[in-house]
Design a binder for this molecule. Structure first.
Ligand code: MF3
Ligand code: CO
Ligand code: CO
Length: 251
């Protein structure tokens, strides 16, 4: 479907749901500790979204996804399914939250480090966040998606890491995943030209080893083929008349 340009009232709804999704991450942060299971994190987030926010966890039953959040540990790239597995010292984990409120979606994720991870793990957590922000800071009308992808890829590769090619950011609004696809690699001066009123995510997945990934038999969990570490951060944002607004920040 064509890229949806959001109206002012739609943008206000995106702002509200973006804040709600960020507030879930803020709520869960102190719980992301050694000894807790990802099912427990899922239950805390589910209950907060439903009972406190009066909103809907978008992943639950999305194309059959069985849980309300995604939890991706160490070599899991994305779409990890919460389970009874407990976090342990040295793990890195991405928690990905998508909330639906008043018909609109807000999508955000961040990394957490459990205890003291390796220097390499700390580096990929930091560099993937830098990749996200280098992409965000380019956003304004007239730039092209290839400019964003190129900047992210350059920063990852300069640090000796690789960019996952099979999964990307996406337009977002009334639907979880809308056009355009937001690739985290590419060539400057190519791809969709940004216009004010577009809303999309940037969510680079950065591996310490090779870029190749594989899908586990559960048909959801994506892992690095070489079992190297992977890290990801995600925000939902708006193209404004002169730049960007990040919707998924708590304050
Ligand atoms: N939140 C993910 C994204 O950033 C999508 C998760 S789909 C699910 O696009 F079904 F796995 F939840
Ligand atoms: Co997303
Ligand atoms: Co997400």
């Amino acid at each position: 479907m064509a890229i949806q340009i959001k109206s002012t009232p739609e943008i206000e709804k995106m702002r509200i749901v973006g804040r709600l999704s960020a507030e879930v991450l803020k709520m869960i942060a102190p719980h992301v500790q050694a000894g807790i299971s990802t099912n427990q994190l899922n239950a805390l987030c589910h209950d907060y979204i439903v009972d406190v926010q009066g909103a809907i966890p978008a992943p639950l039953n999305y194309h059959g996804f069985p849980k309300s959040i995604c939890t991706s540990i160490n070599h899991v790239v994305c779409h990890g399914i919460p389970s009874d597995k407990k976090l342990k010292n040295g793990d890195i984990i991405n928690v990905d939250i998508t909330v639906i409120n008043d018909g609109f979606h807000g999508d955000t994720s961040q990394m957490f480090m459990i205890g003291k991870p390796s220097i390499l793990a700390e580096r990929v957590v930091r560099v993937s966040k830098e990749c996200l922000w280098r992409g965000i800071e380019l956003v304004k009308p007239g730039i092209q998606l290839g400019d964003i992808g190129h900047t992210i890829q350059k920063h990852a590769e300069k640090n000796g890491f690789s960019v996952v090619k099979e999964y990307c950011g996406h337009g977002i609004g009334r639907s979880f995943h809308e056009d355009p696809q937001v690739l985290h690699y590419g060539k400057p001066g190519t791809g969709v030209t940004l216009e004010a009123g577009m809303t999309f995510t940037i969510e680079p997945m950065i591996n310490t080893g090779k870029a190749a990934v594989k899908l586990l038999p559960d048909q959801w969990t994506v892992v690095t083929k070489d079992r190297s570490l992977s890290a990801q951060w995600e925000h939902t944002l708006l193209v404004t008349d002169d730049g960007y607004e990040v919707f998924t920040q708590a304050d």
